[in-house]
Write a protein that binds this ligand. Sequence first.
Ligand SMILES: [Mg+2]
Length: 318
Amino acid sequence: MKHRWHNITFNITLNLIFIITTATAGMASAPQKAPLHFVFDMDDTLIRWIRPNEKVSGTVIPAIGDIGGYRYRVLDGAPELIASLLKDHPGVKISFYSNGDRTRNHIILKELKLPDGRPVFDIAHKIFSNSDVEKVPAAAAPRQNNGYGIFNSGTKEYWKKDLKKIVSDGESTANVVLIDDNPAFVKKGQEKNLLFAGKKPDAHLTAINELGNKSVEKFFTDRAKLARVRGIIDRAYELARTEGIFISDALWKIQWTTNNAGNLSYREELLRDMKLYRRGFKRLRSVNPSFRLATAIPGTTPLGCTTRHLRQILKNPQ
Ligand SMILES: [Mg+2]
């Protein structure tokens, strides 16, 4: 009798272990199963319109002529960033959500080429434009206070990108990442989905003699920002996998902190975290071995920079 009881207890224990193990494994892997979505803002995230006083260099869209009077510079690593996500995350869906005009957006995405020559337009899951941005008068919209002021636009209108448009009906937005230079476009309740691409640069510097009163560090953090973005994606994906959480939750943990006043603030140290730049740079290089980070250092190739140079500069900012 004693023996039987022992066996029953043993079986119950085994079953419990089995249930706990499978439940834990299920929890850890569930967020990974849904498709990952990356949604790119366009202006000052992937491209930048060339101001009349700026030098025309690098990859320009369109190569000849203009689009409605404008020409755009492709930001360093933009094609590589998209290509590396397609390579490293099979089944990933890449979309674009810009407050620009639909026709303009389509022309740009057809002209923007991946390192293998494919137009970005051809790999796009969805493309949304200004008619898809929700324009809510500030007076009518509940302000996102309670420490969330960073997601306010500070203007008369709220312009919001709704990530529910990206996913299918009933699909969760927990695996959607919005990469944008402007947190004010984030819709209420979708704050976790933002990967902040860094503030828009006030100029597109191409050489050291254009630095003026700006530091070499500023030059790098502006020009290498998409390498950093790629590094954050890697870090967030890793954290999501390790902790069995959604990538949006991982982005939230990594990027934001609450200051003494109870307001949400971006972890500024991420902007000078060399590990992120280096990690992202490796990923960008993996789809285009000739990709270099821009440098303002005399004596190196005009726009070439190795991670060693970058590390030296960020250690000793001018
Ligand atoms: Mg933008």
